[in-house]
Every structure is written in structure tokens, then in C-alpha cells.
Design a protein around this ligand. Structure first.
Ligand code: ATP
Ligand code: MG
Length: 175
């Protein structure tokens, strides 16, 4: 499907904001801050799969931030790549765990993770999906400070100005 990637991100975040307003999160102070580029970039993607990926990263950001905090979601574009980042102020990930993070069933703290629920598959699926879309996924993290996940996705530049310019010429020639 051809979609405006920013709309997809907003759609997922709207759902999380609704969830955070529910009773389950009463008294917990999670704040989602969006810093999304103005420009509307279209991407050819499997929408449901990409929603699942962003969903898991957002879920992780909340799950592994037991004291709440701000979750920054940023979207920018550079040379035909979209870059989405999701930054939390949670538990962080030990450096030695980072190389294994995208492995199937890998979880940093077995006991803690079990209590949180889930299977340890989310990030391995995310990596698979992003790579199928010719993108990349990576992470920066500092223990007890927080974690930032990055996703980059290639997109085809469609230069609308150029087309508008050609139309103008055509009009002038007709007159
Ligand atoms: P599932 O996604 O299948 O429900 P999960 O969340 O444990 O289970 P992944 O999403 O693959 O599995 O994450 C793997 C592990 O990486 C987690 O168990 C956790 O230890 C660590 N992790 C992931 N995201 C974060 C984060 N934002 N902060 C701290 N640790 C994280
Ligand atoms: Mg997960």
C-alpha cells in the first residue's frame, strides 16, 4: 500500500494516548511527545506490518519504563530515507545485551521480563519486517537512563514542484 508514513505514526500514537488515559495507567505519568516532520512523505509499505512494528517499540518503551516518563517520537527525512526514533527514559539496556536484542526470544532480564508478559519475539519480528522493507533498525541505550530505537525506511522521491512547473508551461503554450 502507498501511505503517508506520518499519518500511520500518528494513528499508532493516538491509540497509545487513548490507552494511557485508561484506568490501568491512572497515577502513572507517561507523556508522548511528537516531533514529526511537516512534509508528507509517501511510502510503499505493508501497513499492518509496520503498525505492528511501531506498536511493539511503543509497548516496550512503556513496559520498560516502570516510573513513566516522556516518550519522544521523532520523524525526519534525509536523502530518500525516513528516520523514525522512539526514545524512552526507562531502564535502558546493558551494552552487552545490545548485540542480542533482535534475536528471537532474547530478553534482557528473564525474571523481570516474565513478570511483564510477552515472549521476546517483538524485536526479532520488527527486524525481519523492516529488512523486508529494505530498511534498518538499530538502538542506542544507556542503563538507567533510557533507550532510543531508530528505524530507517527508504522512499522514492516524487518531486511535485517539477510536475507543477510542467503544467504551468503547458497552460501558457495553449493560450
Ligand atoms: P514481546 O515483544 O514478544 O511481547 P518482549 O517485549 O520481551 O516480548 P522484544 O520486544 O523482542 O520482546 O524485546 C526484547 C527485550 O529487549 C525485552 O525483553 C527487554 O529486555 C529489552 N527491551 C526492549 N525494548 C526495551 C526498552 N525500550 N527499554 C529497555 N529494555 C528493552
Ligand atoms: Mg516487546
Amino acid at each position: 500500500e502507498l501511505v503517508i508514513f506520518k499519518d500511520l505514526v500518528n494513528h499508532v500514537l493516538d491509540r497509545f494516548e487513548m490507552m494511557l488515559q485508561s484506568e490501568d495507567y491512572e497515577g502513572k505519568n507517561y507523556i508522548i511527545k511528537r516531533e514529526l516532520m511537516e512534509e508528507e512523505v509517501w511510502v510503499e509499505i505493508d501497513q499492518d506490518k509496520l503498525i505492528q512494528v511501531i506498536d511493539n517499540i511503543m509497548n516496550n518503551a512503556i513496559k520498560y519504563s516502570p516510573d513513566g516518563g516522556i516518550i519522544y517520537v521523532r520523524l525526519m527525512s534525509t536523502h530518500n530515507q525516513l528516520v523514525l526514533s522512539i526514545q524512552d527514559q526507562g531502564l535502558g539496556i546493558p551494552q552487552e545485551s545490545i548485540p542480542h536484542l533482535f534475536d528471537r526470544f532474547y530478553r534482557v532480564d528473564k525474571a523481570r521480563s516474565r513478570a511483564q508478559g510477552g515472549s521476546g519475539l517483538g524485536l526479532s519480528i520488527a527486524k525481519e519486517e523492516i529488512e523486508l522493507h529494505n530498511g534498518k533498525i538499530w538502538v542506542n541505550s544507556i542503563e538507567n537512563k533510557g533507550t532510543t530505537f531508530f528505524i530507517s525506511l527508504p522512499f522514492e522521491e516524487f518531486d511535485s514542484d517539477e510536475w507543477a512547473g510542467e503544467d504551468e508551461w503547458a497552460d501558457e503554450e495553449e493560450e
